[in-house]
Design a protein around this ligand. Structure first.
Ligand code: ADP
Ligand code: ZN
Ligand code: ZN
Length: 723
């Protein structure tokens, strides 16, 4: 018999191995591969192989884990086919922790050997009897025996020396406690209870998707916790997916308060030991609750009963990496294969989800009011043409007089404010006033951003940094260089000038590698130790700051400048979410949007708190343009080091493209970021009618052009970024 073993390598086909003994589909196996050994999964078992029998190697061993279920294997195949990614690389996302297959750490435990005290010629003593008694429970380590039996180490040592106790090696394992359903229930409001009952009714009833659509601060978390409880009651595992940065201490402690245990986590900042322990506990079914970023969707759950996606509109569920996929959409597929419910929780659903509700594919549960006495904030638009910021002693100003007065008023009342600007650093561009030279990244077609805190220029695309030059690199003017436009650091500088005594902090994803720092600032904000917080989009991620009453949006037009498909949607979500941080406690909040275009429809929909208005306009536009979800879209990005070669392939792809009534191809065009990390880039965009399988079109198309190894052709189905 031959096992077809899928390996975690860039291939779509499994490899053939001979079977000895008992091997079944889904088993995790170690096999020889070249000079190495690799871990893979038995994908299929056949009678024969096309290969020469002598060349086929044997499986080394079947690893002691639960086999990957058929559901999970089908899911892996779907993800690979849909996103046009190698099957082996999708499997790699499941077997993402290589070290779990190494020999586990073993601990020395002791148990009764069966030899009696008399046989060992030891006197009966109380202490010795207590040890004998205690060890009836099973093996323990020395210090547990000492504590449990109330004896000294020397008593234990003697018993070991004479052979009454014998050593056993036990795998070192973290303990995962079961969540306690009734640990601390909250009293739901009537509206919340109705919503919770509807969600609970779906648990254990097979596949279904529900949009939990509730305004910010309506208590969506408390509501979906009820469904989570129901899944626990049925003995199932629950996955809660959150935006990467959303994993705050606040969220974790809320869960712990409700269910009495700490959830197992899964995200990029996890340490290796925890990663190993959690992976094992997921596949064994021991961990009942996993909170994680999008990658947690690919864990090998033993018995998943429910998936919740918190802040389901968040862009971080889309992965643009080795395998491109939209985690939210793939979660729907996983739920389908596992025949379990999925809850999408958000105040600002994405267009695709809204349309799925319209078509009756998803159910919708609404929460229309904020919890308790909290009211939705008042939102006002400031016309920057009429209410211009006034220069001060520190230089340029970015805050209009109305907003400054409000900041002052709120500060004097001892309440908190937030200023939102989705731009990291001090200034997005350095320009020379004498010769017009702009400082550009050497690897990308992008300007370098000035970061004053670290006194460096940084590329936000590739991470290149350099010190800020003393003179213009072009004309050597000593005082020509100046910072152009604001970033959060620059707003903070202005605020510090205006309010010298206020506690001002900046929260920005510059610390992306350091969640601790972000969580520390969020905590300070929660505790009221910050008066004015200035931040980027991190601020939009579901935080609950009870004394925050003023939100100022410094540049509401910024996101609307980009002309891409999702610019309006993204701006609507981002600004509504940031606005939704205001007035969540018992004081009403106010939000000010600074804009040059006060008539803009998106901004007015936000101002009127009218989601329906926004979705109606947006739906119409997309329908007209046959854009998702009314048509399908795929990006093709051609990149490489040699410019002419990349261009040639891009043009060849353009010529080979299909164009008919239902399929159209745009491009090739140089990408907006033409050079990225030293590579030249061209883009093509494929648009098809909704009833066409875009992957099939792509496969046929790409087969028509021979791509040299030095050029990369990347496919992004349902693209979210267009740079
Ligand atoms: P959302 O996720 O909808 O923005 P949250 O779930 O964060 O809202 O709830 C907002 C705040 O209100 C939280 O501090 C939450 O603990 C509190 N809250 C909501 N519902 C209840 C309830 N029924 N009992 C007690 N506190 C609640
Ligand atoms: Zn110059
Ligand atoms: Zn760069």
């Amino acid at each position: 018999m031959i096992a077809k073993v899928l390996l975690t390598l860039p291939f779509n086909e499994p490899f053939d191995y001979k079977i000895e003994g008992n091997v079944k589909c889904g088993d995790l196996v170690r096999v020889p591969f070249g000079k190495d050994t690799l871990v893979g999964v038995v994908w299929d078992i056949c009678e024969t192989s096309k290969l020469d029998s002598k060349k086929i190697k044997k499986i080394i061993e079947v690893l002691p884990f639960e086999p990957l279920s058929k559901n999970l294997r089908k899911f892996i195949e779907f993800v690979s086919g849909y996103n046009m990614a190698y099957l082996g690389l999708v499997l790699k996302m499941v077997l993402s922790v290589k070290q779990v297959f190494d020999d586990p750490k073993m601990l020395k435990y002791y148990r009764l050997s069966g030899k009696t005290l008399a046989q060992a010629k030891l006197k009966n003593s109380d202490a010795r009897w207590r040890v004998m008694d205690f060890l009836k429970e099973g093996p323990f380590n020395r210090s547990d025996i000492a504590a449990g039996a109330g004896v000294s180490q020397s008593v234990i040592k003697t018993m070991i020396d004479v052979g009454v106790l014998e050593e056993v090696l036990v795998e070192k394992k973290k303990q995962y406690q079961k969540p306690v359903c009734q640990f601390q229930k909250v009293n739901l409001t009537d509206e919340q209870r109705v919503a919770a009952e509807r969600l609970c009714a779906k648990v254990g009833e097979g596949f279904n998707v529900t949009l939990l659509n509730g305004v910010t601060g309506s208590g969506k978390t408390e509501v979906y916790f009820e469904a989570v409880e129901k899944a626990f009651e049925q003995g199932k595992q629950v996955l809660i997916m959150v935006p990467e940065i959303g994993l705050t201490a606040q969220w974790l402690s809320r869960f712990e308060k409700r269910f009495g245990v700490k959830p197992a986590q899964w995200h990029s900042a996890l340490g290796q030991t925890e990663r190993i322990d959690n992976w094992k506990a997921v596949i064994s079914g021991e961990a009942k609750i996993i909170i994680g970023a999008r990658s947690a969707l690919f864990l090998p759950y033993k018995e998943l009963g429910l998936i919740v996606i918190d802040e389901s509109h968040d862009a971080s569920f889309k992965q643009e990496d080795v395998v491109n996929y939209q985690g939210r959409d793939m979660a729907v597929v996983r739920a389908k294969y596992e025949a379990i419910p999925l809850i999408l929780s958000t105040a600002t659903p994405d267009m695709e989800t809204v349309c799925n509700v319209d078509e009756g594919k998803y159910d919708e549960v609404r929460l229309k009011s904020r919890y308790a006495s909290a009211e939705l904030p008042d939102i006002k638009i400031i016309d920057l043409k009429k209410n211009k910021p006034i220069k001060g002693s520190w230089g340029m100003s970015w805050l209009s007089p109305i907003l400054c007065d409000k900041l002052k008023e709120v500060y004097e009342k001892g309440e908190q404010s937030v200023l939102f600007l989705n731009r990291r650093g001090y200034a997005p561009l350095m320009i020379c006033r004498d010769c017009g030279h702009r400082i550009q990244c050497p690897n990308c077609s992008a300007w370098l951003t000035e970061h004053k805190n670290s006194n460096r220029l940084v590329c936000h695309h590739c991470g290149h940094t350099q010190v800020i030059p003393d003179e213009c690199p072009e004309c050597h003017s000593q005082d020509g260089l100046c910072a152009c436009g604001p970033g959060v650091e620059r707003i903070a500088e202005e605020v510090k000038y205006r309010f010298p005594l206020a506690k001002v902090k900046v929260l920005s994803s510059d610390f992306a590698t350091n969640f601790k720092e972000i969580h520390q600032i969020i905590k300070e904000m929660e505790n009221g130790n910050i008066d004015i917080l200035i931040g980027t989009q991190i601020l939009a991620k579901g935080h609950h700051f009870p004394s925050l009453t003023l939100v100022g949006i410094v540049d509401a037009d910024m996101g609307l400048m980009g002309s891409d498909l999702r610019a309006s949607e993204r701006t609507y979500q981002l600004l509504s979410q940031v606005a939704g941080r205001a007035g969540r406690g018992n004081k009403k909040g106010e939000v000010y949007l600074q804009t040059l275009y006060p008539e803009n429809a998106v901004l007015n929909a936000i101002k009127n708190g009218d989601a329906q208005e926004f979705y109606a306009i947006e739906k119409q536009t997309r329908k007209l343009l046959k854009m998702p979800p009314f048509g399908k879209l795929a990006s093709i990005i051609v990149s490489g080091i040699r410019q002419n070669e990349v261009e040639k392939i891009a043009i060849m792809l353009g010529k080979a493209a299909f164009n008919d009534g239902k399929i159209s191809t745009l491009g090739p065009a140089p990408a907006p970021i033409y050079m990225l990390r030293g590579k030249y880039r061209y883009r093509l965009l494929l648009k098809t009618a909704k009833n066409i399988k875009i992957q099939d079109v792509l496969r046929q198309w790409l087969m028509r052009v021979k791509i040299p190894a030095s050029v990369r052709v990347e496919v992004d189905i349902d693209p979210y970024s267009f740079y």
